[in-house]
Ligand binder design. Structure first.
Ligand SMILES: Cc1cc2nc3c(=O)[nH]c(=O)nc-3n(C[C@H](O)[C@H](O)[C@H](O)COP(=O)(O)O)c2cc1C
Length: 324
């Protein structure tokens, strides 16, 4: 059996079954383009509030923008109201999204208080209606991203996969951790496997995928594809590495030097996309992933955090890269 293959999601066919996970504050246009270069089959955007889009929030509107070079792209929306979810899905389609994804897994309190994110996992009626509203509103496939459970007491993966399928979703992504675990702990791959066996729509496995070995476990459990989150930050070429590993090849781990080179390139792209001030600020947020695993990393990170211009950053990186 071939582990790497095109992934059919409803009417959309992606070149491979390795996906970049949506990550707020991280998976913006420059990073998504980088991950496509790194071998991702689909890249997912940061979640956007359907409510904020409804009220014309310009920042949210900009988050839905799709650049020419970033296909296939899935735009993720969150919300608690059928009308605004339908509008947001339409807006994502108009902006050029290939897929629209509904978030029902986010454990952030502010979002849950508004009735969105993981609280939808225990309100199946409402979740079903939200999926249906999105499906009716657009021609592009609608997918659901949720979790295997809210707490350790009860697994919901099978129920939610069946619900997604019957409401018309073209695929479901299951984060193999309970909402109470947020992003830590080992993934419960067995629970994802049970959902794979219960539905016909593709199930995409997510959570703790850092290597071809872990990806293989999800695929062996029946997943049609795997979604990689944090392991892609600091190594956007992990998709190529995992594909090679799954096809029997070997890849060398990324060197600190290569990591810095890729990061500098991303900072340049961020500055080109957002302008210098916002581009540098945004780049800083992920510095811990990139300027790491070499002897003077902490010192270089400290210096980087104090710099405000691309010119200064270029100089620091040139010195850092040549010292390794
Ligand atoms: C900083 C950060 C932001 C995230 N933002 C989102 C988001 O906007 N939407 C979403 O569905 N999941 C979000 N997640 C969850 C990831 O998509 C993914 O499910 C999670 O990180 C587990 O995958 P991993 O173990 O490969 O990182 C976020 C995770 C992190 C670490």
């Amino acid at each position: 059996m071939s582990y790497i293959h095109p992934l059919q999601i409803g009417t959309f066919s992606a070149p491979n079954n390795l996906l970049l996970a949506p990550m707020a504050g991280i998976t913006d246009t420059p990073f998504r383009i980088l991950c496509l270069k790194g071998g991702a089959g689909i890249v997912c955007a940061e979640m956007v509030s359907a409510h904020a889009l409804h009220y014309g929030n310009p920042r949210s509107g900009r988050m839905l923008q799709v650049a020419q070079k970033e296909h296939p792209v899935s735009m993720q929306i969150f919300g608690a109201d059928e009308k605004t979810i339908a509008q947001a899905a339409k807006q994502a389609q108009t902006q050029g999204a290939d897929i629209v994804d509904l978030n029902a897994g986010c454990p952030v309190k502010k979002i849950n208080k508004a009735g969105a994110g993981c609280v939808l996992m225990k309100d199946e009626l409402k979740l079903g209606r939200l999926i249906e509203a999105a499906v009716k509103a657009v021609r592009i496939p609608v997918t659901l991203k949720t979790r295997i459970a809210l707490t350790h007491k009860e697994l919901l993966a099978v129920r939610l996969a069946k619900l997604a399928q019957s409401a018309g979703a073209s695929a479901i992504t299951l984060h193999a951790r309970a909402a109470v675990d947020v992003h830590s702990g080992s993934p419960n791959i067995e629970a994802v496997g049970e959902a794979c066996a219960a539905v016909k729509i593709p199930v995409i496995g997510n959570g703790g995928i850092v290597s071809a070995e872990v990806a293989r476990q999800f695929l062996d459990a029946g997943c049609a594809g795997v979604m990689i989150g944090r392991a892609a930050v600091g190594n956007p070429f992990i998709f190529e590495d995992i594909a090679a590993g799954l096809q029997g090849g070997k890849t060398a781990p990324i060197t600190a030097q290569k990591r810095l080179q890729i990061y500098l390139d991303l900072i340049r792209q961020n500055v080109a996309y957002y302008g210098e001030r916002i581009g540098v600020n945004r780049s800083r947020k992920t510095a811990g992933y990139w300027i790491s695993n070499f002897p003077n990393a902490a010192e270089m990170r400290g210096q980087f955090m104090r710099l405000g211009t691309l010119d200064e950053i270029e100089k620091l990186f040139t010195k850092g890269i040549s010292s390794l």
